[in-house]
Write a protein that binds this ligand. Structure first.
Ligand SMILES: NC(=O)c1ccc[n+]([C@@H]2O[C@H](COP(=O)([O-])OP(=O)(O)OC[C@H]3O[C@@H](n4cnc5c(N)ncnc54)[C@H](O)[C@@H]3O)[C@@H](O)[C@H]2O)c1
Length: 338
């Protein structure tokens, strides 16, 4: 299969390139390299690479591919709040445009990297795909509006699917520490303090970044009728955790660290547990490779090996918002968005 991957240089994308190639697929990557220089470890290179803004992807770029895995996005809630127009332009408008161009180019499958954040403050715990959506941010809104618009393009020759990923964590050669688990591990290791910004009670569905990549490969390989126009939560029922439990698990790994509840976010509105039954019903052979405990252990070992420091915790390399704020000026992305 020839697979076109956008955002292949990102936290999840670098795992996906490696796993697609390992499964025998040939990969074209398209990325603006916004985080160039932020690599932690060497990354897998696709067979073909296009360096461009996904808003400029043409039908010609896509022709000849069997599937598009669309991951490129401004993948950050605070960034979405800072510049909602930019988030909607890249995350929603470009995502819809790529789906239209893929269809025009005869690409039969379009797999969208969505998010469980579409559920927002759930009315109930254990949210399913059919439950009402309640976006709290421009980022979540962009994911919902893309699903809605792209679903109208589905037909006998074009099968989109929407992978609603849980919050990612874990090791990647393009590490991020602006995600809850990685952040708590990083602060424990560098400052000896597990800084929990809420009172620790909110529930979060968590999934290893490599398991998200595994899910994309499974969606590439699945029979068309199984995934056709389906929204599917990506994660595991036993992988919903309260933030305070994550803090306790970090403390087990780093016993010298203390837990501090800073309460700085006040009552955290993002409190939701997600049901992942549909994933196992549609793809019974798909299994998560990681539990949170195993993924944390692995990342902790990697951080120790790399000598993860206070400078790393405070620097730009692993925090998307800090790097993006600088690169936006350089790349004039804001101007293009207006
Ligand atoms: N990380 C998570 O917890 C999580 C959870 C759910 C969903 N997702 C979704 O998965 C996808 C990948 O997330 P990630 O954590 O790997 O993000 P990331 O920020 O690490 O990677 C995004 C990649 O997209 C590229 N990119 C951004 N805007 C672009 C543009 N206009 N043109 C070309 N390239 C562009 C960046 O250069 C980067 O390499 C995103 O769509 C995100 O919304 C992530």
């Amino acid at each position: 299969m020839n697979v076109f991957v956008t955002g292949h240089q990102g936290y999840i994308g670098v795992h996906l390139v490696e796993l697609l190639q390992a499964a025998g697929h040939s990969v074209t990557g398209c990325d603006l390299n916004l985080f160039e220089g932020c690599e932690w470890e060497p990354v897998a290179r696709p067979e073909r690479e296009i360096v461009k803004d996904v808003r400029e992807i043409s039908a010609e770029d896509l022709r000849g591919h069997d599937a598009v895995c669309h991951l490129a996005a401004i993948s950050n809630d605070p960034m979405g709040d800072l510049n909602p127009e930019l988030t909607l332009s890249i995350n929603r408008d470009a995502s819809i445009q790529i789906a239209k161009r893929a269809k025009e180019a005869g690409v039969p499958r379009y797999l969208f990297s969505g998010s469980c954040s579409v559920y927002g403050k759930g009315e109930k715990l254990d949210l399913q795909e059919t439950d009402p959506l309640n976006p709290l941010t421009a980022y979540a809104q962009s994911k919902i509006e893309t699903e809605e618009a792209v679903s109208k393009l589905a037909d006998d020759d074009f099968s989109p699917a929407y992978l609603r990923n849980a919050t990612a964590y874990g090791h990647s050669p393009m590490l991020r520490i602006d995600l809850v688990v990685n952040n708590l591990l990083g602060s424990a290791l560098s400052y000896g303090e597990i800084r929990i910004k809420s009172d620790g009670s909110p529930w979060r569905p968590l999934v290893h970044c490599r398991d998200i990549a595994h899910a994309f490969v499974a969606f590439c390989n699945a029979p068309r009728e199984v995934i056709h126009n389906q929204a599917v939560n990506i994660g595991g029922d036993s992988e919903n955790y309260q933030v305070k439990d994550v803090g306790d698990m970090v403390q087990k790994l780093i016993p010298s660290a203390t837990v501090a509840y800073t309460g700085e976010v006040g009552e955290d509105p993002r409190n939701y547990r997600v049901n992942f039954a549909k994933l196992s019903e549609l793809l019974p052979e798909f299994k998560l490779e990681y539990t949170l405990a195993r993924g944390m252990e692995e990342l902790h070992a990697k951080m120790v090996e790399h000598g993860f420091s206070q400078q790393d915790f405070e620097g730009d390399q692993f925090v998307r918002l800090r790097t993006l704020t600088k690169r936006l000026e350089k790349l004039d992305l804001c101007e293009q968005a207006s």
